[in-house]
Design a binder for this molecule. Structure first.
Ligand code: FAD
Ligand code: NAD
Length: 465
């Protein structure tokens, strides 16, 4: 068997693994990255990027369809049509550009990429069945686990036939007539809304009593209103029981034991993701676990010396930017720098229509920590930019300490609010006070003015409400 030695060995070429490898390369650490599938991982190939591209296509198509009827803008479009195969090819092109870019960046920084599935032998050794057919043994000083996560499956709805995960739902080349989405979380709502806009009948089955149960009701209310407007049918407090015998319907049971059938030619199961920790010998290391995730400390160290874990394999929040930030840090630690992973805010964005963003503490989280806080919201209905782009639903909300006025958190719902996440995080991480945000000149007319106005409102003197 061929043998290779290196300082840092990264298993997994997703946002966590590839960023760690690039940064390690920049710092002159000899690095090998092993990827069994495609560089870019879940995020670039079957997650963040293709989903946002499909959401964009869906939004444009829906807009064109809206202009076939009478509308306030006076625009008239005749018979819009959708070439789904072409749209999918465009989406795949976006993915290809980005994954190609990752390969180029790894090469530029001297990272050796090995294509194949890694099997862990011990904390310093792995074996890979390379594409060329010859097994390769790689020995390292530092082993970085960045193996990501996989979709949770429901035993009553095994994948196959009409039952799909987000991966297949992103790649459909014909529009489902009746799509039933199980799970009203991030994936269920992002993709459910997209397919509704692309012309499918969409029903959503959710076990909890509200959509996006990890967000508060005030924040999700505009999303709920939009789902209703789009004609998406919601079945809250309901669970999927399985397909009908004929295979063209989903049996659903509500919390008060009513049973009914929803027509379905596709069923998207989107009930969460779990860390990928089995099937490649990780168990043999007997690492401490935190539930189903690999347990890490604030430097992403596992319970075994020089074995590190980042991203989804290390648990929640399973977000690409958190994986990247951890990857960058581990590379610097391996290179001998002093770092710690202690962000005050890891923003989370849900690319629904309207979008939803949270950063830092919510009012409930602040209260649970015993903090006395001032909370204020500014509605987009009073923001010139929002009104001029037909996006007046939603608001920006700020949470600040009542004593020092230090900003602790932001929440927003509305069209395009994902782009406010940077401003939210700057304010929190730089320790801004309400007065700092209120005193900054924000360009007019922009959605950012609602950020300033919410701070002004918390101080008791908002100008435009
Ligand atoms: P991954 O990206 O999962 O990468 C892990 C890699 O490891 C994979 O390429 C896998 O093939 C490889 N691997 C695993 N085991 C082995 C082995 N034994 N040998 C070799 N290679 C191996 N997050 C956001 O922040 N924003 C979004 O908008 C967003 N949208 C999403 C949409 C969808 C539909 C999905 C499914 C996820 C989305 N996410 C989003 C989550 C995001 O994709 C993940 O948080 C992110 O990809 C995690 O990065 P990672 O590096 O930890 O793992
Ligand atoms: P999720 O945790 O966001 O939502 C799962 C939903 O399914 C929850 O509302 C839950 O109550 C419901 N559910 C669970 N079991 C059920 C059952 N048996 N029947 C009906 N409903 C059930 O999970 P997801 O949407 O699968 O996404 C997985 C992860 O991927 C997210 O947590 C997030 O980390 C990541 N993601 C992020 C983004 C983004 O950042 N924009 C987008 C997509 C995915």
């Amino acid at each position: 068997m061929k043998t290779k030695t290196t300082t840092l060995l990264v298993i997994g070429g997703g946002p966590g693994g590839y960023v760690a490898a690039i940064r390690a390369g920049q710092l002159g650490v000899p690095t090998v990255l092993v990827e069994g599938d495609r560089l870019g991982g879940t995020c670039l190939n079957i997650g963040c990027i293709p989903s946002k591209a499909l959401i964009h296509v869906a939004g444009e198509y829906e807009q064109a369809c809206r202009f076939t009827g009478s509308n306030a803008l006076g625009i008239r479009v005749e018979n819009p049509t959708l070439d789904l195969a072409k749209a999918q090819a465009w989406k795949d092109g976006v993915v290809g550009k980005l994954t190609g870019g990752v390969g180029a960046l790894l090469r530029k920084n001297g990272v050796q990429v090995v294509q194949g599935w890694a099997r862990i032998v011990d904390g310093k050794t792995i074996e890979v069945d390379t594409k060329e057919g010859e097994p390769l043994r790689i020995q390292c000083e530092h082993l970085l686990l960045a193996t990501g996560s996989q979709a949770v499956q429901l035993p009553q709805l095994p994948p196959g036939g009409p039952v799909v995960s987000s991966t297949e739902a992103l790649a459909l080349t014909s529009r489902p007539k009746h799509l039933v989405v199980v799970g009203a979380g991030y994936i269920g709502l992002e993709l459910g809304i997209a397919w509704r806009k692309l012309g499918a009948d969409v029903a959503v089955v959710e076990a909890a009593g509200q959509v996006l149960p990890s967000y508060d009701e005030e924040l999700t209310r505009p999303v709920l209103a939009s789902l209703r407007k789009l004609g998406i049918t919601l079945h809250l407090n309901c669970k999927a029981e399985g397909l009908t015998d004929t295979g063209d319907g989903l049996r659903v049971r509500s919390s008060n034991a009513d049973e009914f059938v929803l027509p379905a030619d596709k069923v998207l199961v989107a009930v969460g993701r779990v860390p990928r920790t089995t099937g490649f010998g990780l168990e043999s290391l007997q690492l401490d676990m935190a539930g189903r995730a690999v347990k890490i400390d604030d430097q992403c160290r596992t319970s075994m010396r020089n074995v590190w874990a980042i991203g989804d394999v290390a648990g929640e929040p399973m977000l690409a930017h958190r994986a990247m930030a951890q990857g960058e840090m581990v590379a610097e630690l391996v290179a001998g720098r002093k770092r710690r992973f202690a962000p005050l805010a890891i923003p989370a964005v849900c690319f629904t229509d309207p979008e939803l963003v949270v950063a830092g503490l919510t009012p409930a989280e602040a209260e649970a920590r015993g903090l006395e806080v001032t909370v204020a919201a500014f509605p987009f209905a009073a923001n010139g930019r929002a009104l001029s782009v037909e996006g007046s639903e939603g608001f920006v909300r700020v949470v600040a300490r009542s004593d020092s006025h230090q900003v602790l958190g932001w929440q927003a719902v509305g069209q395009g609010v994902s782009e406010l996440s940077a401003a939210f995080c700057y304010a929190i991480e730089m320790g801004a006070r309400l007065e700092d945000v209120a005193g900054i000149i924000h360009a007019h007319p922009t959605l950012g003015e609602a950020v300033q106005e919410s701070a002004l409102r918390a101080l008791g003197h908002a100008l435009h409400i």
